[in-house]
Each structure stands twice: as structure tokens, then as C-alpha cells.
Design a protein around this ligand. Structure first.
Ligand SMILES: *Cc1c(COP(=O)(O)O)cnc(C)c1O
Length: 472
């Protein structure tokens, strides 16, 4: 039963919750339930048109199935449908959000901070860059910089915020080039640098310690986008240098984004933004006549929402979004109760298993003469990319697409990614000619703990697909 691994988990808890409200007069039962059931049958049929994301043979995009407990907690919270905009819309779930976010901040080494959940990593990054723009304040024209391998939304977010944006070239490992960054900093108009710990394409880790050293000299904000890679903070021993040092420096960032719905076993709708300086809550000041801030209680911690008037503490007062799913906070809280964010815990072990699977797949691919791996080295996190040997980039791209299709026909789902040809070129060839040529490569994100145990079966199917690629 891959879709319902813990039958009965939700129904038991639903009965308990139901009992808590049993003193209320009962309501009329819902009408037209037969027609609802028949529409829902149609929904089940429609939903089958999807890749089997929940299965270990899905080893393509950055899709990790939510933990069964997270799904159950989310569904249970939906019986209430709390809104974490304000305590009046979700008292319990607001508390749970504050507690869950405290644990995330603690993972990065922060006990004093400002932070909250968001609907997504994009929204979280938007808030971080919005605060960066506000902090640059009176100096118009100040730029946001990010690597060309940073998430594509940073460019778009900067446009929305009307902040000038520039790309910094990446090296052959997909890391931001420090010489090119410094050249930009010398122009004296940089408000913030986005440092990606775990790029979406290949899981590259930007050199945070060097960026922080440049901050000393040039003065700018450092925003760490760890939407995908943030949880690797828990397993430094499983990482190689220089990624390990980058993660060790994360507490010195000005803001951090992490997506519990990427690597944190959560249903979609769960990003998180954290600011090192709790006083940055001042940028969120608003004065809405129709929101319902009623709590008079002073929050005990600096990291909790604090009204600018000095009293009420509602998450909506420190967040750009208004309504937000309280269920997302409930699911995250429950998951962190069960799988604490501890370096020695089961959750961390699951991350290490995915990473081990990635290293093993990389090792096997490097031993295959038909494959051109990244010349610069092994995966930094749990994403493997490889190019197929061929006479031209076009033929290589074609071959990648054929193997991608052939793997899918063998129930193995990989992904495709466009990367610079030069990243795969032997160091002694004239890289300048191929610098800008993009080639379609195969990509596998091995982010499920089960991927390690399934690697032989993944490899078997990959080999079978390579022996008989369709479309050639
Ligand atoms: C996925 C991702 C984002 C965007 O997050 P969403 O939750 O998809 O909006 C931003 N940055 C990085 C590095 C990511 O991997």
C-alpha cells in the first residue's frame, strides 16, 4: 500500500479531535454526499496521471514524499483549517509554528532571530530580499547579486521589488566565482549577495566563508538561499570540504531560507525565512483596520512576533503574506517531534543515506566509458549530473533524452538538465570555445533515504535502458 503506509493513523486522531468538540450542538449532515463521492472518484482517476513521486524508482527531480506523519497531521489540521496569519485564526497552530521555527533556527545555531514559515521558498526569498532592500533604505540603485546558478526566481523577485539585479558567473563546479564577485563589489553599489548552499541544478555549495570575508571588506548583506540544501547542516561529517566549511559558517549570514517542503518531509506550502537580527521586524510595520489582533500578551522571546505597539504577537505582523495554511505548521511541528533535527537522529541519517546513494551512483557512472562526469569532482550534496559521450553536444543531448525516455519505460524516472559543455570538458582542452554551449545532461536527485537501499535496482534499470535506448 504505497499510498497509505500507516492505515488508521488519521482516523484514530480524527476521532479524538472530534471528541474535543463534542459539547457543541451537532450540525446537519452534509447534503448530496453521493455526488461528492462520485466527483472524488473522478479525482482519483485524474490523479493517476503523475509520475510515482513516492516511489524510490522516482529518482528525477527534487521531489521527496512527505512523511506519513506529516500527511496525517496536515489532514488532521484540515478538520479545523487554521490560518496562521493571526492567533485568532489559529491559536494552536501559531504556537506550533513558533516552536517548529525555533527548532529550525536552532539547527543553524541561532537562538535570537526573527522568523516564520511561508508558502514557499520563493516567498521566503522574496521576504529576505525585500528586507535587504529596506535595510539599504535611503540608497537607491543598490543591487542584488546572485550566481548564475542561483535559483531563477531571484532575478524575478528583484524585478518585483524594483531592485537592480546582476548575475555573477559560476565556475565549473557551479559555485559562484569569487574573483567575479569581488569585481562587482568594487563598484560599491551592492546591497546584498545571495549565497546558495545547494544549487537546484547540481547541488553546488557557494563559498560562504569567502563571501563573509568579502562582507568584512565591502559591507553588504549576505542572504543564504538554502531552500533545498539547508538540512545538510545536520550532517557535516558526510560532506567534503569546502562544503563542510560553508555550512559551518551559516550562522554568520544575515538571513537564511530553508524549504521544509523540499528536504524536510513536508507537504507543499512550507517554506521558512529567518533573520539574524530580530529588530528587522520593524520593516513589517503595517496598520490594518480590519485584521483582528487581540492578544495582549507580551511574547517571552525576541524571536516571537511582537507587535510594534508593544503588545500583541501575531505571525501576520512579521510576515509579508496574510493568510497562510496553519496545517503546514502543524505538519512540520509533528514531524519534528517524531524526527528531531538532531545530527545523531533518524532524520539526519536519512539525509546521509541519500548522499551515500549519490556518491555511489557517481562512482558507478565514472567507471562507465559512455559517461562524461563533471570534471571538477563528486557531488557536493545528493544530486548527480552526467553527460553522455558523443561526437557533438547535440548528439550528447539527444542521447540523454533517449536514455531518459528509455529509463521511464523501465519504471526508472530521472531528470534532464541543461549545463555548460565546459563543465565536462577535460581541463587541457580549449574551454573558451565551449564556455557558453549548453548540453542536455541526465540528472538524478537521490533525496529519499530509501535511495541507498534501492541503488542496485536503480542501476540495473539504468543499464538496461542504456543497452536499448528508444528513439535511436
Ligand atoms: C526550490 C528552490 C527555490 C524555490 O523554492 P519554492 O519552494 O519552489 O518556491 C529557491 N531556491 C532554491 C535554491 C531552490 O532549490
Amino acid at each position: 500500500m504505497p499510498l497509505d503506509p500507516v492505515p488508521g493513523l488519521l482516523s484514530r486522531a480524527t476521532e479524538l479531535l472530534e471528541a474535543e468538540f463534542s459539547a457543541l450542538p451537532s450540525l446537519a449532515p452534509a447534503a448530496d454526499t453521493e455526488r461528492m463521492a462520485s466527483v472524488l472518484e473522478g479525482v482519483a482517476h485524474r490523479l493517476s496521471d503523475n509520475y510515482p513521486y513516492f516511489h524510490p524508482l522516482y529518482a528525477g527531480q527534487m521531489l521527496k514524499p512527505p512523511h506519513p506523519l506529516a500527511r496525517a497531521a496536515y489532514a488532521l489540521a484540515m478538520k479545523i483549517n487554521p490560518n496562521n496569519h493571526a492567533r485568532d485564526g489559529g491559536r494552536a497552530s501559531s504556537e506550533m509554528e513558533i516552536e517548529a521555527v525555533r527548532e529550525l533556527a536552532g539547527m543553524f545555531g541561532w537562538s535570537e532571530y526573527l522568523g516564520h514559515l511561508t508558502s514557499s521558498g520563493t516567498l521566503a526569498n522574496l521576504e529576505a530580499l525585500w528586507v535587504a532592500g529596506q535595510a539599504a533604505g535611503t540608497r537607491p540603485g543598490m543591487r542584488i547579486l546572485a550566481s548564475e546558478q542561483a535559483h531563477y526566481t531571484h532575478h524575478r523577485i528583484s524585478a518585483v521589488l524594483k531592485l537592480p539585479f546582476s548575475q555573477v558567473p559560476a565556475d565549473h563546479r557551479g559555485r559562484m566565482r569569487m574573483d567575479r564577485l569581488e569585481a562587482e563589489l568594487k563598484k560599491g553599489d551592492v546591497a546584498a549577495v545571495v549565497c546558495t548552499l545547494g544549487t537546484t541544478a547540481i547541488g553546488a555549495v557557494d563559498p560562504l566563508p569567502q563571501i563573509l570575508a568579502l562582507r568584512e571588506r565591502y559591507g553588504f548583506r549576505v542572504h543564504v538561499d538554502a531552500a533545498y540544501g539547508g538540512y545538510f547542516k545536520l550532517i557535516p561529517d558526510a560532506l567534503d570540504e569546502p562544503a563542510r566549511s560553508a555550512y559551518a559558517a551559516i550562522a554568520q549570514a544575515d538571513s537564511i531560507v530553508i524549504d521544509p517542503h523540499k528536504h524536510g518531509l513536508q507537504p507543499y506550502g512550507c517554506g521558512c525565512v529567518l533573520f539574524r537580527d530580530p529588530a528587522e521586524g520593524r520593516f513589517y510595520k503595517h496598520d490594518s483596520p480590519y485584521t483582528y489582533f487581540t492578544s495582549k500578551q507580551l511574547p517571552p522571546h525576541a524571536n516571537e512576533p511582537k507587535s510594534l505597539a508593544g503588545g500583541p504577537g501575531h505571525l501576520g505582523e512579521i510576515s509579508l503574506e496574510c493568510s497562510r495554511a496553519g496545517a503546514a505548521a502543524v505538519a512540520l511541528w509533528a514531524t519534528q517531534q517524531f524526527l528531531p533535527l538532531s545530527p545523531s537522529g533518524e532524520f539526519a541519517r536519512g539525509l546521509a543515506q541519500g548522499r551515500a546513494a549519490a556518491l555511489e551512483l557517481d562512482r558507478r557512472l565514472r567507471a562507465d566509458a559512455r559517461v562524461q562526469p563533471l570534471v571538477a569532482g563528486h557531488p557536493e550534496l545528493d544530486i548527480v549530473v552526467w553527460k553522455l559521450q558523443a561526437e557533438s553536444p547535440d548528439q550528447s543531448s539527444q542521447r540523454a533524452r533517449a536514455i531518459f525516455d528509455s529509463c521511464a519505460a523501465h519504471d526508472l524516472h530521472l531528470a534532464l538538465v541543461q549545463l555548460p559543455e565546459s563543465w565536462f570538458a577535460p581541463a587541457d582542452t580549449g574551454q573558451n570555445q565551449v564556455e557558453n554551449t549548453l548540453v542536455t545532461c541526465l540528472r538524478s536527485v537521490l533525496m529519499k533515504p530509501e535511495h541507498e537501499a534501492w541503488l542496485d535496482r536503480i542501476w540495473e534499470r539504468y543499464m538496461a535502458a542504456c543497452a536499448a535506448p528508444i528513439g535511436e
